[in-house]
Design a protein around this ligand. Sequence first.
Ligand code: UDP
Length: 241
Amino acid sequence: MSEASKYKRVILKLSGESFCRERESGISMTEVAQISQQIKDIVETGVELAIVCGGGNILRGKQFSAVSAAIHPSTAHYMGMLATVINALALQDALENEGVPTRVQSAIRMEGVAEPFIRRRCIRHLEKGRVVILAAGTGSPFVTTDTAAALRARELGADVLLKATKVDGVYSEDPEKNLHAVRYTDISFRDVLKQNLQVMDAQAIHHCMEHEIPIHVFNFGVPGNILRAIKGKKIGTVVHA
Ligand code: UDP
């Protein structure tokens, strides 16, 4: 076992963009394999890990329904949730190729491909050292997988929500638009809301704030960063109560 994890149980939110190449869509198994190697390293610390998959690399309900009146917004959101299942299955095989035992649990029942999400069963898998990949978000339309991650963090009693993204953390302004934007090493939930900073969607922030679940935002594109976050190293931004 490598150097210990700072946390006992962790929720890792992987957005859809982690499943494809930069500025592309769909799934690249090369990208998924790279992230799986990083995940394997953190599993070796002994941490209990549940991963919430996004689906934005395939479809986001809000965007999809905005361009066509032919699709009901609810339908588009269900399509988005199914996209997260596609990602979850890709991640499962990539992790198992690395020798990491996994289970996929889906918030929308689909017996042929995944177990249903059952809290107590999920916890049992975690206790046995299996990585649980949580698919289909909350199972309800009009929210995002950020909210799903916050809810699951609460339900599963996670110590932290890790948000792996393609930016280095939370900035005072969009760093692509303003070169003088500064990155916070840590910031309170209240300040995130007051300054309307784009960390996670507002529902997810409110949920984590209410239940005092810290959110650690960092760039997964830097090899070893997920492991650094698990060990509590000072990378990215920690949003706290
Ligand atoms: N979604 C939903 N309910 C949920 C989670 C997700 O309806 O509980 C839909 C929503 O349309 C969302 C899409 O699934 O846009 C994909 O998830 P998300 O946008 O959160 O993926 P990410 O941005 O993390 O890639």
